[in-house]
Design a protein around this ligand. Structure first.
Ligand SMILES: CCCCCCCCCCCCCCCCCCCCCCCCCCCC(=O)SCCNC(=O)CCNC(=O)[C@H](O)C(C)(C)COP(=O)(O)OP(=O)(O)OC[C@H]1O[C@@H](n2cnc3c(N)ncnc32)[C@H](O)[C@@H]1OP(=O)(O)O
Ligand SMILES: NC(=O)C1=CN([C@@H]2O[C@H](COP(=O)(O)OP(=O)(O)OC[C@H]3O[C@@H](n4cnc5c(N)ncnc54)[C@H](OP(=O)(O)O)[C@@H]3O)[C@@H](O)[C@H]2O)C=CC1
Length: 515
């Protein structure tokens, strides 16, 4: 049996952010690989009118947990959902629950975070820094704790081009930031935010960097490690390929491209898109948990979960594969045929934005007005472009992450552990992965019907014919206008027509001679 899987059996595991994308994949793998684990405590808040129990029921009944429901029929009994809101001072955990957590927890996986790039600094700090600090304080009071694993992001130091598995300190100490958030009002915080975040693009990356510093400072006496994934995509292999239930990362770009709304993305075609499958991140995280608990490294180790250095996926290749896949597995109700253009040049971006986004939206809105409907495309397009522009910082650049610790860990695993907890992306086939990505988006995220694919393909063929007809008509109108207004255009036109005529006559004559 796998040593790592055996380690988690009979353990009490605390997970924050278990209702999130990565948290669910983490729980699923734990139940599937170590069905004899004692209990998983999850800190959950009620949301969207659902109680804790309803949320847990919903998670356990989703497609992701299909295999777990068979392997571990009593899975419901092994999850202890604890009411908690991490943005509140004492996490709002009841006294009894807190006592149980403190006395029983063996391992903590801290995944909860606000991942929005545009989160106000106050709430980003509250969740990504203060909550981390408080969880570390709690961890310090747990006599049975063996390891604390903190999920950060490979982009926490994205102002650097080359990133090592170390902590890069922020100029202002986290304690000072936390303290200032207590007495500054919102208006002043908004004003100083750009100065504080400095070269970072948003409050997310800044607060995650502060969170790492807190982990380093407050976790000195704990057995602690940090995992830094890059852009997390759907599962690669486990429990099945293509599982995704989040719009984060690049899913929004893919959906907008699949619906034909977005054709241009600010990317340098030769740049690398550092995608990493969710199951790879989770396998590494579980291996890190085991290694930290059992081998107790003397210093806190940071592990990069990235793909670019060993199996680079270039933007151009991704654009081509995405277009091909979206033809094969189209998304429902496309506005246009998917097509991808990548550039970072400002002039080129403005040109393509006008020609392939705004012009189309205006024409479509005009068509809606003519057919007695309310125009909506320009508004929708502007919203999407605004959203996508906030991702531009990440799409227009490339980074290099070193992975010495991750490779060291891989070398420490037995062949069986390397197989069961595979985090080696050298053999990942990107074309296959993109196909499963689109399938996953269609099936699990958008919940579209697979049986509708032939109909959508037919619709796409109609759109292609309209596109050709529209372009040919536009070309002929332009020619006609030019010929009517310019002698030179007329000369060129007559030259082309007489050239074609002569060529055809020559071709016919030579065929007759041969006959
Ligand atoms: C791909 C094809 C394009 C063509 C290019 C072709 C080029 C050829 C070669 C290139 C190939 C293509 C390669 C592209 C790859 C680029 C790679 C880089 C991508 C960069 C991704 C960034 C990831 C960075 C990861 C950093 C690591 C982390 O740790 S991230 C943690 C995860 N966090 C996130 O990912 C959160 C990011 N998101 C946000 O913070 C917010 O969404 C936002 C701040 C970005 C935007 O907020 P906003 O309020 O504006 O939007 P939102 O609330 O999300 O939505 C507003 C409404 O708009 C609707 N909407 C949004 N998208 C769509 C859509 N696609 N279709 C329809 N409707 C959409 C949305 O539903 C909202 O509607 P309402 O709910 O009704 O308001
Ligand atoms: N996805 C990605 O591309 C990447 C993610 N990461 C990191 O991985 C971790 C997990 O990310 P991911 O799963 O994608 O994120 P999600 O947004 O999917 O999940 C976030 C989780 O945090 C919980 N949470 C947020 N606020 C609170 C709160 N106040 N109290 C209790 N719980 C709260 C959410 O609960 P609720 O369901 O109630 O909202 C949810 O379970 C994060 O630390 C993130 O920084 C790093 C790199 C890339």
């Amino acid at each position: 049996m796998s040593t790592i899987a055996a380690y988690y059996n009979n353990k009490s595991i605390l997970i924050t952010g278990a209702t999130g994308f990565l948290g669910k994949v983490l729980m699923e793998k734990l139940f599937r690989s170590s069905p004899d684990l004692k209990v998983i405590y999850i800190l959950v808040r009620p949301k969207s009118g659902q109680t804790l129990q309803q949320r847990v029921f919903h998670i356990l009944n989703c497609e992701l947990f299909k295999e777990v429901r068979e392997i571990c029929p009593n899975v419901q009994e092994k999850i202890r959902a604890i009411y908690a809101d991490l943005s509140q001072d004492d996490f709002a955990i009841s006294k009894e629950d807190m006592e149980e957590l403190l006395s029983c927890t063996n391992i903590i996986f801290h995944c909860a975070a606000t991942v929005r790039f545009d989160e106000p600094l106050r709430s980003a700090v509250q969740l990504n820094v203060v909550a981390t600090q408080k969880l570390l304080l709690m961890a310090g009071q747990m006599p049975k704790l063996e390891a604390f694993i903190h999920l950060s992001t490979a982009f926490s130091n994205c102002y650097r081009k080359h990133i090592d598995e170390v902590i890069y300190p922020c100029p202002v100490e986290p304690k000072k930031i936390i303290h200032s958030m207590e007495w500054l009002d919102d208006a002043i915080i908004d004003e100083i935010t750009p100065k504080l975040i400095g070269d970072r693009p948003n409050t997310y990356t800044y607060s995650k960097a502060l969170g790492e510093m807190v982990v380093q400072q407050e976790g000195e006496k704990l057995n602690i490690a940090i995992v830094r994934p890059s852009i997390v995509g759907p599962t690669w292999q486990e429990p099945f390929p293509g599982w995704i239930d989040t719009m984060n990362g690049i899913s929004k770009i893919i959906i907008a491209a699949g619906k034909g709304l977005l054709q241009l993305q600010a990317v340098e075609p030769t740049n690398v898109v550092d995608l990493i499958p969710a199951d790879t991140v989770i396998n590494l995280t579980l291996a890190v948990g085991w290694y930290t608990a059992v081998h107790r490294p003397k210093t806190m180790l940071i592990y990069h979960s990235t793909s670019g250095h060993i199996n680079p996926f270039y933007c151009k290749e991704m654009g081509l594969q995405l277009t091909a896949t979206l033809e094969k597995i189209p998304l429902e109700k496309p506005f246009r045929r998917p097509y991808t253009i990548g550039t970072t040049s400002t002039i080129s971006k403005q040109y393509w934005n006008t020609v392939s986004h705004h012009a189309y939206a205006i024409i479509y809105d005009f068509y809606l007005i003519l057919t007695g409907r309310k125009p909506r495309m320009t508004k929708l397009l502007n919203r999407i472009l605004k959203t996508i522009s906030k991702l531009e910082y990440f799409s227009s650049q490339s980074w290099e992450w070193t992975t010495y610790n991750t490779e060291m860990l891989m070398s420490q695993l037995s062949p069986e552990d390397q197989r069961v907890f595979n985090f080696d992306v050298r053999h990942l086939n990107w074309s296959q992965y993109m196909e499963n990505y689109v399938l996953g988006i269609k099936k699990y995220l958008l919940k579209e019907d697979m049986a509708g694919i032939p109909e959508v393909k037919q619709h796409l063929r109609r759109l292609r014919n309209i596109y050709y007809f529209f372009n040919t008509t536009l070309f002929l109108i332009a020619c006609r206008l030019l010929i009517a207004r310019s002698q030179m255009a007329r000369n060129v036109w007559f030259f082309i027509v007489s050239f074609c005529y002569k060529f055809l006559s020559y071709f016919r004559a030579s065929r007759m001679l041969k006959a």
